[in-house]
Ligand binder design. Structure first.
Ligand code: GLV
Ligand code: MN
Ligand code: MN
Length: 417
C-alpha cells in the first residue's frame, strides 16, 4: 500500500473523548447504558452523534428508516459509498461498548481521512443503524436499507406491535418510511463494522483481532402452552392441565437437545410468563420467548424445526395445547472474502495477532452481506461479557480495532479504483 496511507493512524484521544461523552448518555449506576431503540436516551445519543459529526465538518443525513449517517463525500459524483458503522441502541441495562464502539470508530475513520486531506475514489459513510438489538424488531434499520424488511416484520415484531408504534412515533418515523428505505446495491462499495467480540475466544488464544468469517442466523418465536386454571389446593395433581409443566419441561429439553444434537448451535428461553399468575391457581397459560441461532445455513432450519417439534411433544405429554407465533428470522451470513482479506491484511500491516472466527451474536453486517462485500472486525471482550453493564474492552484493543477498520476501509476503498 502507498506509504501516504500506510503511516495513517486514527486519533486515540478524540476517539476516547467521544466514547466517554457517548457513554454518559443513558448511563446506569452499574456502569453500563440503558438505550433501548428509540427511547429518550437513544434519541439523545443519536442527536449527539449528529452534532459531533457536524462539528467535525462532515455532512449528515437521516434516511427514512431513521439510520443516522455522517458523510465524507469524494469529488466523483458517480463514486460508490463504503459504509462503516454499527448501532447506538443498547439492550435494556446493557454495556457501553456493544454497537457504540463501531459507530465511534467509523466516525473516527472519516475524521482521520478528512484531517489528512486524503482523496479516495469512494464516499465514506459512518452509519448508526436503527434498532439493531431487537428491542423492537431487530436489525431494523439495516434490513430496511437492504430492502429485506416486509410489512409482516412490522405486524408481529418481537418487542410487540405497540412498542414499535410508540417508538416510531417518538422518533418521527413511519412504517411507510421504513419500507421505502432501500438503497441501490450498485451504489455500495461495501460495509465494514468494528465490534467487541462479546465472547471469550480472542482472549483465550491471546489474539488482538478477530476476522469474522460468518454471522449466526437467529429465529425468534413466542410459544404459549395452554392448560386450564384450577384451584391449586383442591385439584388432585393427576387431574391438572398445568401449563407451567409443559413450559418447564420444554425449557430443560431445549438445553439438552441443543447440546446433544446441535453442538455448534445455541438456543435460549429468555422470558417466561405464567397466567393468571397467582399462588393458588394452577397456571392456565405459560408464554415463553424462544430464540435459536446457528452460523451454518444447512443446520439452521432443522434446528428451528426440531425445537418446535419438541414443544409439541412436551405439550402433548402434559395434555396441553400449544400456540406458536413466529416473530422473525435473520439468515446466517458468511462474510465476504474480499472484506476478510482486507481486514487480515490490515491487521498484519499493523502487527496485530489475528484469528478467523464466527460471530454468535447478530449484527447489521448480516443484513448487508447479500448486497455488497461485508466484513466485521472483533476486538477482545474481557471475561467474554456482553449485554450486561460489566461489558469491557481494554482501551488499547479499541484503538487497535479502529486502526484495523481504517486500514481495511482504505484497502477496500482503493481496490475500487
Ligand atoms: C444482538 O446483539 C444479538 O445478538 O442479539
Ligand atoms: Mn451490537
Ligand atoms: Mn448486542
Amino acid at each position: 500500500m502507498d506509504s501516504t496511507f500506510s503511516a495513517l493512524r486514527i486519533n486515540p484521544h478524540r476517539l476516547q473523548s467521544n466514547f466517554a461523552a457517548l457513554s454518559a448518555i443513558g448511563a446506569t449506576p452499574e456502569g453500563g447504558v440503558n438505550r433501548p431503540a428509540l427511547n429518550t436516551a437513544h434519541l439523545e445519543a443519536r442527536q449527539w452523534f449528529r452534532q459531533r459529526a457536524m462539528e467535525a465538518g462532515l455532512d449528515f443525513r437521516v434516511d427514512s428508516a431513521g439510520n443516522h449517517s455522517a458523510l465524507l463525500t469524494c469529488t466523483d459524483p458517480a463514486a460508490p459509498t463504503l459504509l462503516l458503522g454499527s448501532h447506538l441502541d443498547s439492550v435494556p441495562n446493557g454495556g457501553r461498548f456493544d454497537g457504540a464502539l463501531g459507530v465511534l470508530a467509523a466516525l473516527e475513520v472519516l475524521c482521520t481521512v478528512k484531517d489528512f486531506g486524503l482523496t479516495l475514489p469512494v464516499n465514506l459513510e459512518a452509519i448508526d443503524f436503527t434498532d439493531e438489538e431487537g428491542t423492537l424488531v431487530g436489525l431494523l434499520g439495516s434490513a430496511a436499507l437492504a430492502g429485506h424488511l416486509t410489512p409482516q416484520d412490522l405486524q408481529s415484531p418481537r418487542g410487540g406491535r405497540d412498542a414499535l408504534l410508540d417508538g416510531l412515533a417518538c422518533a418521527g418515523l413511519t412504517e411507510t418510511g421504513l419500507l421505502a428505505a432501500r438503497r441501490d446495491p450498485a451504489t455500495l462499495a461495501g460495509y465494514l463494522e468494528l465490534h467487541i467480540e462479546q465472547g471469550p475466544r480472542l482472549i483465550q488464544v491471546g489474539a488482538d483481532i478477530g476476522v469474522v468469517t460468518a454471522i449466526v442466523g437467529i429465529a425468534s418465536h413466542r410459544l404459549a402452552f395452554t392448560g386450564r386454571a384450577d384451584h391449586a389446593g383442591t385439584t388432585p395433581m393427576p387431574d391438572r392441565l398445568d401449563a407451567a409443566q409443559g413450559a418447564a419441561a420444554f425449557t430443560l429439553a431445549v438445553r439438552q437437545m441443543v447440546m446433544d444434537e446441535f453442538p455448534e448451535c445455541v438456543a435460549n428461553v429468555g422470558a417466561l410468563h405464567l397466567e393468571p399468575g397467582a399462588f393458588n391457581i394452577v397456571p392456565a397459560r405459560a408464554v415463553l420467548a424462544l430464540e435459536c441461532r446457528s452460523a451454518d445455513p444447512s443446520i439452521f432450519d432443522p434446528l428451528e424445526a426440531a425445537l418446535l417439534e419438541r414443544a409439541r411433544l412436551e405439550a402433548e405429554r402434559f395434555g396441553l395445547g400449544l400456540e406458536i407465533e413466529f416473530l422473525g428470522k435473520h439468515a446466517p451470513a458468511p462474510m465476504s472474502a474480499l472484506a476478510q482479506q482486507a481486514i487480515t491484511e490490515a491487521a498484519e500491516a499493523l502487527d496485530l495477532r489475528h484469528i478467523p472466527l464466527a460471530s454468535g451474536a447478530g449484527h447489521d453486517a448480516q443484513s448487508l452481506a447479500p448486497l455488497c462485500p461485508a466484513g466485521m472486525i472483533f476486538v477482545p471482550s474481557v471475561g467474554g461479557a456482553s449485554h450486561a453493564p460489566r461489558e469491557f474492552t481494554e482501551w488499547q484493543d479499541c484503538i487497535n480495532g479502529a486502526n484495523v477498520l481504517l486500514h481495511a476501509a482504505l484497502r477496500i476503498g482503493l481496490h475500487i479504483s
